[in-house]
Design a protein around this ligand. Structure first.
Ligand SMILES: [Zn+2]
Length: 103
């Protein structure tokens, strides 16, 4: 037996191709500035990553290894933050487009 999945959230549905939650979901009102703020945050994070990368390259040879490990971990977390904000922005834009289609 093939299960049909909701085309928005991929949970199994018993009828149609949209689950009850997605059919009735009304997203919060989103102003166009939301995308701008999130994109600006990503730009700031990328700028910080560039600065920290410069710091790493200029560290003396006798820098404690665990300090370098902490800095690299911080860079990794900053990168993940930028990726998450990008994904969230994409989801907000896609959701706005999907909801616009139902109206
Ligand atoms: Zn759904």
């Amino acid at each position: 037996m093939t299960r049909t999945l909701c085309k928005h959230c991929t949970i199994p549905v018993h009828a149609g191709d949209v689950c009850t939650f997605c059919r009735n979901y009304v997203p919060p009102v989103r102003t166009p500035e939301t995308d701008d703020y999130l994109q600006a945050a990503v730009v700031k994070i990328d700028s910080i990553r560039t600065d920290v990368n410069t710091v790493i390259r200029e560290l003396p040879d006798d820098t404690p290894m665990f300090a370098i490990v902490d800095i690299v971990n911080a860079l990794w977390n900053l990168r993940n933050a930028a990726v998450c904000l990008d994904k969230a922005t994409d989801a907000l834009v896609a959701d706005a487009v999907a909801v616009g289609r139902h109206e």
